[in-house]
Ligand binder design. Structure first.
Ligand SMILES: C[S@@+](CC[C@H](N)C(=O)[O-])C[C@H]1O[C@@H](n2cnc3c(N)ncnc32)[C@H](O)[C@@H]1O
Length: 198
């Protein structure tokens, strides 16, 4: 269901994010360039382009056909696959770096856990990843109304303890909370910014 709803959102240019997240820019700038980079849930490819600019061979995966078709036109050297974050179509240890920005909270808690274990599997030892997921302080915890972009999608939200537990297999884990408000501070967008090294 989520992939089909995302197909619809991706066809609407209003939802198309063109510029990379500043957090991802900073994360990649701190790494030694070179090797394979993966964008899990690559959407319209803004971080695929950034991975390439930063000197990585960019690979993308997304559940949405629209996203995959759009990103294939960007022709990242590593290619783009239609697949789920819960079953990544890559061998263990292929990637030096991975990004999953605004993706792992779609679906059930189990999907999120599975996505983290797939991330761990496809990273090489010493490889790093940046993940942005919604915290349980986010306004959407109370439900997304009809007419809002994520209405009808299954979402789950993470507490601080959930983050610690989910990433426990990584050698190093750092995370921060990023919050912004909208609608005259009536709504708080709240994200965990998680940086891990295997
Ligand atoms: C909020 S968009 C973020 C896109 C991109 N990461 C970015 O930062 O621009 C979420 C993306 O996750 C994808 N997605 C949702 N569930 C997924 C899943 N189970 N496996 C892979 N991709 C998924 C959607 O199709 C959509 O492209």
């Amino acid at each position: 269901v989520t992939a089909v709803l995302w197909d619809e959102l991706h066809t609407d240019a209003r939802h198309r994010l063109r510029y990379p997240s500043e957090h991802v820019v900073r994360f990649l700038a701190g790494l030694r360039p070179g090797g394979n980079g993966l964008d899990v849930g690559c959407g319209m490819g803004r971080h695929l382009r950034l991975l390439e600019e930063q000197g990585f061979v960019a690979h993308g995966v997304d559940a949405s056909l629209e996203a995959v078709a759009f990103c294939r036109d960007l022709a990242p050297v590593g290619g783009v696959c239609r697949a789920s974050m819960t079953a990544l179509p890559y061998p263990a240890g292929l990637f030096d770096v991975a990004v999953a920005y605004g993706v792992f909270y779609y679906g059930s808690r189990w999907d999120g856990e599975r996505a983290v274990s797939e991330l761990w599997r496809v990273l090489r030892p010493g490889g790093s990843a940046f993940v942005c997921v919604r915290s349980d302080r986010d306004w959407r915890v109370h439900g997304v109304q009809e007419g809002e972009p994520e209405h009808g999608m299954e979402l789950h939200f993470m507490s601080e303890g959930d983050v610690v537990l989910a990433y426990r297999d990584f050698g190093s884990v750092r995370f921060e909370l990023a919050e912004t408000t909208t609608r005259g501070r009536a709504r708080t967008n709240s994200d965990w910014l998680v940086t891990v090294t295997k």
